[in-house]
Design a binder for this molecule. Structure first.
Ligand SMILES: Cc1cc2nc3c(=O)[nH]c(=O)nc-3n(C[C@H](O)[C@H](O)[C@H](O)COP(=O)(O)OP(=O)(O)OC[C@H]3O[C@@H](n4cnc5c(N)ncnc54)[C@H](O)[C@@H]3O)c2cc1C
Length: 391
């Protein structure tokens, strides 16, 4: 069997399902190939919630993409009829000179984003679950909140199929080959081979394998999400009272969390940001161990003291991290007909719909009006942390 398409998309997780939708909506004949089933829990896009925020400490260049992302999240909710984005407010906590606080403030000032700076006493009064030290402050932004990853992937898949995309699940790609002359690709799976004029590769944690010749080093990391039943119940943690937060400790360790968005019996989710161990998709240890539960409970005990009451469950997930922690989105340097979107470094989900739009621009026009210079596929060097933050 050898069928021909305008664009093939490898990987139908967060970014691939969004790309397939945006491409199909533009009238492209789209083939999508996915190793697992729709909206699965084997990659990087499961666990019920992902933080979304605009005052972006990672780099101010992400802000225009976030503003577009919010528009597209709302459009996706309307078009799919799914509940995807919940605005709760977001609190970025730490000493004033931490990357979390200073970087968020820098982005907010640079782009004129509405925000408030709160002293420790203000934080305790407005958010009584939080117990900052006297020298800790926070940036609060009203537009922050969370999105629902599984529902979002399912929404993009449903709309892509409705727009005519041919999406095939449980069909891993073995190899892809760019045809000479910059035109066309051939893809081989266990079921057969396909050709397409252009290719979009969104492989998540499988990037080291499917994009080994890209010239970018990726580190795949195991990262655990934890759910606790708070002491005294979930009432103070409901989404109408409790923001999402990222909290940076003096040693640079960041912990983050959510309100109780799944109802009173499902607990409250929290996790360390970037405290993972290197793994591969095959070697990922999905068990959650008592020592790591004790470590996060101990870390929270002086910050959100009621949260680590009783441990309910945990789930391992993977980050695919680049040396500078910035995404990799652009044309493959050796094959102009191939667009890559990977290396989301643990902070990509909130951008899912705009990444789909960018990938569709690049695959159909060869260019995009969105600012993507930071994401160029090229070797990366670790950024010396403070240099990115104007103080
Ligand atoms: C614990 C955790 C917490 C996070 N928290 C946040 C957060 O709060 N906010 C935020 O913005 N981001 C967050 N992220 C990051 C975000 O979830 C990821 O950046 C995003 O999900 C990555 O999407 P992806 O499409 O690259 O990967 P995935 O969604 O994993 O998709 C890749 C897909 O490619 C498929 N695939 C791979 N190889 C093949 C092949 N050979 N053939 C066919 N299919 C293939 C895989 O099966 C998979 O479905 C978090 C991630 C984790 C793990």
């Amino acid at each position: 069997m050898d069928r021909s398409y305008d664009v093939a998309v490898i990987g139908l997780g967060a970014m691939g399902s969004a790309a397939a939708y945006h491409l199909a909506a533009r009238g492209q004949r789209v083939l999508g190939l996915e190793r697992f089933g729709p909206a699965h829990d084997r990659g990087s896009s499961h666990g019920g919630s992902r933080i979304i925020r605009q005052a972006y400490f990672e780099h101010p260049d992400y802000v225009p993409l976030l503003l577009r992302s919010y528009e597209l999240w709302e459009a996706l909710e309307r078009d799919s009829g799914s509940d995807l984005l919940t605005v709760t407010g977001a609190l970025m906590v730490g000493r004033p000179d931490t990357r979390t606080v200073a970087g968020s403030r820098d982005s907010a000032l640079r782009w004129g984003l509405a925000h408030e700076m709160l002293e420790a006493g203000d934080i305790r009064r407005r958010f009584p679950t939080m117990a900052p030290q006297a020298d800790e402050v926070a940036l609060y932004e009203e537009r922050g909140g969370f999105v629902r990853p599984e529902a979002a992937v399912a929404a993009h898949i449903g709309l892509a199929e409705r727009a005519g995309a041919d999406l095939r699940f449980h069909e891993p790609v073995h190899t892809w080959t760019a045809l000479p002359g910059g035109d066309g690709v051939r893809i081989a799976t266990g079921e057969g081979s396909y050709t397409a004029a252009r290719l979009v590769v969104c492989p998540g944690a499988w990037a080291p394998r499917l994009l080994a010749d890209l010239g970018v080093d990726f580190t795949v990391e195991r990262q655990v999400q934890y759910w606790f039943a708070p002491r005294g119940g979930t009432a103070p943690f409901t989404p109408d009272r409790h923001p999402v937060y990222v909290w940076e400790a003096p040693a640079g360790v960041q912990v983050y969390g959510f309100p109780a968005y799944e109802g009173p019996d499902e607990g409250v989710k929290t996790a360390f940001f970037r405290r993972g161990t290197a793994c591969t998709p095959e070697s990922l240890d999905r068990r959650v161990h008592p020592a790591e539960i004790a470590a996060i409970a101990d870390h929270l005990s002086t910050r959100v003291p009621d949260l680590p009451g009783r441990f309910l469950r945990g789930a391992a997930c993977m980050y695919t991290t680049t040396a500078d922690e910035h995404f990799v989105i652009g044309a493959h340097p050796e094959h102009p007909q191939v667009t890559v979107a990977c290396g989301f470094s643990g902070h990509g989900f909130k951008f899912t719909p705009v990444v789909g739009e960018i990938a569709a621009d690049l695959a159909t026009e060869g260019t995009t009006a969105h600012p993507v210079d930071l994401f160029e596929p090229r070797p990366r060097r670790a950024a010396a942390e403070p240099q990115e933050v104007a103080r």
